[in-house]
Design a protein around this ligand. Structure first.
Ligand code: ACM
Length: 608
């Protein structure tokens, strides 16, 4: 079998060569958004970006051309990630995988960088007073310090550089109860290192600084004094494990990378339209029936799943991830993603949709019927059961409920929803959405957890979710500013700067989405979480987060060069004071961090 695809203006040109004759084959594939066929066959079924095209009879060894376009012509295919993913043929009862197209960020020669004239550390410390001298260090010696043991375990696990060495510099710990959480001091002299700390987080961060400096300064540790504290308590990275199932080992590796960047919140997005990927006792069908998608499954092969792929995180996997994170000073926030982005949920539990509903709402991803209806008793009952069980599995204080991208006009065609709106005096479907989020927010609060949600959850006549929720501003910073002024605490993850699934550049050989922006390394730092024209919101901005959606990720390794080096920009922005980051600074430091990524075996975009 041969398969080749290329972009040509608005066309996506696919050449399929079968190595045997086929009577009436069907070409199955997915694009990022719904397709139409321009030539070479007939679209016979479509779900979101997934399509099946009836082909004519194929002769062995003869190429057949199919030309596709996006149904919505305003979605322009930007690069190789927009070519058909997970393509296969169906011939009668048989399915035959077509060869994978080259995927992921292309490997290129390293781009040049200007050496950094200072402490080669990301994020940069609050203060650095160098003596101007260095010491050749083989590693460090310490006693009874679990946080340094965790740094040592990280260095060993990733085979980075020895952190512990019998002939290394001795490290002593001094406690300073006045230090803020995660803050630390370091005094590095020829006779040893003193860590000043207020607890596990500070000591761990001091250890990460020492480990990083060993690598970025090639073992020649600069002598001097560091005083360091984060700007924000919340320094997050999100990973969408619903569209692509990442192995547990990949998540552990990401947590290790986050720790090296002093990021301390892992936003685990394991539920979406396509799957609910955590084992729960309350709704076994939900994860069992969505673990795999593709041929013969509840959800067809959207987002490059191929004939069949997926997975579920068992309760033991969840415990492993939480414990691994905890040792790295990282808390894990689970996200259950309701009431929209719930196509699989609604297909498995049709009682959560109003059978009398005539609404034809379509999600941004091109799905129909992907929002559960709050007027159906099963909906809130099941959402609450999920929230309860997930909150009990995760010790972190926050539970993210989702709440983004409810298709416009959802529920407006539902008699049951209209009745509920009348009873609750809700004028619009936005009000009904806000009412729904408030009910779930109150339930979350009753579990002793703080609700979190995407920015849309502030909608509705009574101010939406309430209950002390933490909101994630993602379409930009405007909704976060408005939410802060309405009394919500906010995490800024504006897609134009922090969505690391966006391609780096306009090049067709690049890889990634582009609906918000092309995001260079510099773009990750060229913004302020508290914009100049909104100083009043400063007390409400609790942090920032990098976000990674996995629509076009079909193999774990593909995420690596999307995150590296840009995650350094997220780390700098989350930690350094306002105005202290700059494009040239992060570019130069990223050059030195090649040593860190390469030693830990984390692929990076060498052109970025
Ligand atoms: C989002 O990107 N839909 C939160």
């Amino acid at each position: 079998m041969k398969f080749h695809a290329a972009l040509s203006g608005k066309d996506i040109v696919c050449d399929i060569t079968s190595d045997r004759a086929m009577q009436a084959p069907v070409f199955c594939f997915s694009l990022m958004v719904p397709p139409v066929v321009i030539e070479g066959g007939t679209l016979i079924t479509q779900t979101g970006g997934y399509g099946e095209v009836q082909l004519p009879e194929l002769a062995a060894g003869e190429a057949h051309r199919v030309v596709l376009r996006h149904a919505n012509p305003s979605f322009i295919a930007a690069n190789r990630a927009w070519l058909p993913l997970g393509a296969y043929l169906r011939d009668g009862a048989e399915t035959i995988a077509l060869p994978r197209l080259p995927s992921g960020v292309a490997d290129t020669p390293d781009s040049p960088f200007a050496p950094f004239d200072g402490l080669r550390l990301v994020p940069q410390p609050t203060q650095w007073q160098p003596t101007g001298r260095t010491i050749a260090a083989t590693g460090f010696v310490w006693h009874d310090t679990p946080a340094l043991d965790a740094v040592n375990a990280l260095a060993k696990r990733r085979q980075m550089i020895p952190f512990s060495a019998d002939d290394g510099l001795p490290v002593s710990i001094a406690t300073d109860a006045t230090l803020a959480e995660d803050a630390y001091g370091l005094t590095i002299t020829t006779s040893g290192v003193t860590v000043t700390t207020n607890g596990y987080g500070g000591t761990f961060n001091a250890g990460v600084t020492l480990l990083s400096l060993l690598m970025t300064h090639d073992g020649e540790l600069p002598l001097g004094q560091i005083t360091d504290a984060p700007r924000f308590d919340w320094r997050g990275q999100h990973l969408d494990c619903a569209r692509h199932f990442y192995g547990v080992e990949t998540i552990l590796k990401l947590l290790d990378l986050m720790a090296l960047c002093k990021l301390n919140r892992f936003h685990w997005h394991f539920a979406d339209d396509e799957a609910f990927r955590v084992e729960v006792t309350c709704l076994p069908d939900l994860w069992e029936k969505t673990a795999q998608r593709g041929e013969g499954h509840v959800i067809p092969s959207v987002f490059g799943a191929g004939i069949s792929s997926g997975g579920t995180y068992s309760k033991a996997d969840v415990a492993t991830i939480i414990a691994h994170a905890k040792a790295l000073n990282i808390e894990v926030m689970p996200e259950i993603e309701v009431p929209a982005h719930a196509l699989a949920f609604c297909r498995i539990y049709p009682e959560t949709r109003d059978p009398a509903e005539n609404g034809q709402e379509t999600s941004v991803q091109g799905y129909n019927g992907n929002a559960a209806n709050p007027a159906m008793p099963a909906t809130l009952e099941k959402f609450k059961a999920l929230a309860t069980e997930i909150a009990n599995m995760f010790p972190f204080q926050y539970l993210h409920l989702g709440g983004d991208e409810l298709p416009h006009e959802t529920w407006s065609g539902s008699p049951a929803a209209r009745k509920l709106m009348e009873a609750e005096q809700l004028a619009t479907t936005d009000d009904l959405f806000g009412w729904t989020m408030e009910k779930l927010g109150a339930h979350t609060a009753s579990l002793g957890r703080r609700p979190a949600a995407w920015e849309e959850a502030a909608r509705g006549k009574n101010g939406g979710i309430g209950n002390g929720a933490l909101l994630f501003s993602w379409t930009g910073q405007g909704p976060g500013i408005a939410a802060a002024r309405a009394g919500y605490d906010v995490i800024m993850t504006p897609a134009q700067h922090a969505y690391l699934d966006m391609a780096h550049s306009e090049g067709q050989q690049d890889w990634g989405a582009n609906w918000a922006a092309y995001i260079s390394l510099e773009d990750t730092v060229n913004w302020d979480p508290v914009p100049d024209d909104a100083p009043d919101i400063a007390p409400r901005i609790k942090g920032i987060e990098g976000t990674f959606w996995s629509e076009f990720t079909t193999q774990d390794w593909e995420v690596e060069a999307m995150l590296a080096p840009r995650i350094l920009g997220i780390a700098a922005k989350a930690w350094q004071p306002a105005g202290a980051t700059s494009g040239p600074q992060i570019r130069s430091l990223a050059g030195h961090y090649r040593a860190v990524f390469d030693r830990m075996g984390w692929a990076r975009n060498k052109a970025a």
